[in-house]
Design a binder for this molecule. Structure first.
Ligand SMILES: Cc1cc2nc3c(=O)[nH]c(=O)nc-3n(C[C@H](O)[C@H](O)[C@H](O)COP(=O)(O)OP(=O)(O)OC[C@H]3O[C@@H](n4cnc5c(N)ncnc54)[C@H](O)[C@@H]3O)c2cc1C
Length: 477
């Protein structure tokens, strides 16, 4: 259920003949509410512009995204962030200033970079540099040590580094409330670093020694983000073609409920459609729907599972994509984009310089900018009408990158409740979900709600869900 990336990948794995004894490949039906496969991942190609409505790249350092690109024969299409754009800027009092060299999301990195930055005051820099001397949190044996991002960053890095660096950088990724975002679920690497090395400064130094000089600095990190020349939408488009060619059928229908049959199989109940069957019976089911919808769907089959799924909250955002002639924008656009700290009191969370990041995003002599609005701390932003939203994005671009005059291209992507929030307690919810699923053979969950929102993790979740269903189909009932 659900032909987002997670559902498509699950179908692909289920159809892979290598996973089955000969002649036993299952019949796979993909039920999707929309006419289009891909869920949130969608590219619009229009008049020389290439517009990403949501994800515009993925991390190549994890294997799952790259492996999918290879299976789809898209390796030649891979492009990475342009060398000159391999850095991020932070907005401060009308200026856009580079993130200190070596600073990685929460890890201070190089002292020189922090000393040189104009993003922090002298007091903020001294406090950040003193991170090395802040004792690690003492944990009792077996204690997870989870805490919110805000509490962790304030404790280790101080208020100013939190407000001016961590909050905007993380908001750009998770659109989350930092007072509720779980370190253990969202940024486990930094929790572990504190415990293993005593401080993030020491941990980052140790990491850099291990990865070697070529991986140092922000540029190297940005080089790990890749996309496809024809846009991220090509991934689900090609994948949908591939699985249909392999024999899957796609049914356009809205799933309303899942029921367990006395035989141990499953009944997928569909919202009535003219001329269509009202239900499908199946031996195994992958639910690759956003968690709140999955909660409603599985309620009839297992109420405690539904209750856990309903605990996973979502935040919405809106991406307003505006295209301009180059001379309409005064900023040099010499970065991947700019993040805006909440303490600046502006309304944009971030602006991505799409045409500076990747080639082929705007016609010659033009630039494409994506303005991110909304997020967990500003939910009403989504409710503005289209004209108000565009006016707001234009005001933000005027203030942040000096854009003037009417945009040549306007595209609005609204994502109400599209981003799962890994709040404090998220890992416990996942444990309880896993435990409930143990009693429900043939049922699996996949998608961004559980163990990572990034595209490689979502791909991994689809594969794991398919493996779970295949294991229970192979086991004697
Ligand atoms: C604005 C934005 C920017 C992002 N940027 C990046 C990025 O740059 N890099 C990155 O790695 N990740 C990014 N992400 C995250 C990543 O894109 C998502 O986590 C991932 O695509 C989610 O895939 P999914 O299959 O779990 O869910 P979805 O894509 O939400 O798929 C769920 C599917 O279920 C269908 N559905 C819903 N209800 C029903 C029903 N009742 N019956 C049948 N079908 C139903 C929906 O139509 C949809 O197709 C971004 C996300 C957003 C929102």
């Amino acid at each position: 259920m659900g032909a987002g990336l997670a559902g498509l990948v699950a179908a692909e794995s289920l159809l892979d003949a290598g996973n089955w004894p000969s002649g036993r490949r299952p019949e796979v039906i993909l039920v999707e509410a929309d006419s289009r496969a891909g869920g949130v991942v969608e590219t619009i190609r229009r008049d020389g512009w290439l517009i990403e409505r949501s994800a515009d790249n993925f991390l190549a350092a994890r294997p799952e995204g790259m492996a999918l690109v290879d299976r789809l024969g898209l390796r030649d299409e891979l492009i990475s962030v342009h060398e000159p754009a391999r850095r991020a800027l932070v907005f401060r009092a009308g200026r856009t200033l580079p993130v200190p060299t070596g600073f990685r999301l929460l890890a201070p990195g190089a002292t020189a970079g922090i000393e040189a930055t104009e993003i922090l005051s002298a007091a903020g820099k001294s406090r950040l540099l003193a991170e090395r001397n802040v004792p690690p949190k003492l944990l009792a044996a077996g204690e997870s040590g989870d805490e919110s991002l805000e509490s962790f960053a304030l404790r280790r890095l101080g208020r100013e580094a939190f407000d001016r660096l961590v909050q905007p950088l993380v908001a750009g990724i998770w659109t989350a409330d930092p007072a509720r975002l779980s370190m253990a679920a969202a940024c486990p690497e930094f929790l572990a670093m504190e415990q293993a090395h005593g401080s993030l400064s020491a941990g980052e130094e140790a990491r850099l020694r291990e990865v070697g000089p070529s991986h140092r600095g922000e540029g190297a990190r940005y080089g790990q983000f890749v996309t496809l020349a024809s846009g991220m939408g090509t991934l689900p488009e090609r994948l949908a073609e591939r699985i249909e060619a392999a024999g899957a059928s796609r049914l356009r229908a809205v799933v309303s409920a899942l029921e367990r049959l006395p035989s141990g199989g499953w009944r997928v109940v569909l919202v009535p459609r003219p001329g269509g069957a009202g239900a499908i019976e199946a031996d195994g089911v992958v639910v690759a729907l956003p968690a709140p919808i999955a909660a409603r769907v599985v309620a009839a089959a297992d109420d405690p599972l539904a209750a856990e799924l309903a605990r996973i909250e979502y935040a919405g955002s809106a991406v307003v994509v505006l295209g301009y002639a180059r001379q309409q924008v005064t900023h040099p656009l010499d970065a991947a984009g700019v993040v805006v700290p909440r303490v600046e009191g502006r309304r944009a969370l971030a602006v991505s310089f799409s045409s500076a990041k990747f080639s082929g995003r705007a016609p010659d002599g033009h630039v494409l900018l994506r303005v991110f609005l909304g997020g967990a701390l500003d939910p009403e932003r989504n409710l503005l009408d289209d004209d108000q939203l565009v006016a707001l994005a234009r005001e933000e671009l005027a203030a942040i990158v000096g854009a003037s005059g009417p945009p040549r291209l306007v595209e609005i992507a609204r994502w109400p409740a599209a981003m799962p929030q890994y709040h404090l307690g998220h890992l416990k919810i996942i444990d309880r979900i896993t435990h409930r699923l143990d009693a429900l053979p043939g049922l699996a969950l996949a998608g961004a709600a559980y163990e990572g929102v990034g595209i490689p993790q979502v791909i991994a979740s689809g594969q794991a869900a398919a493996a779970r269903v295949m294991a229970s189909l192979r086991a004697p009932r």
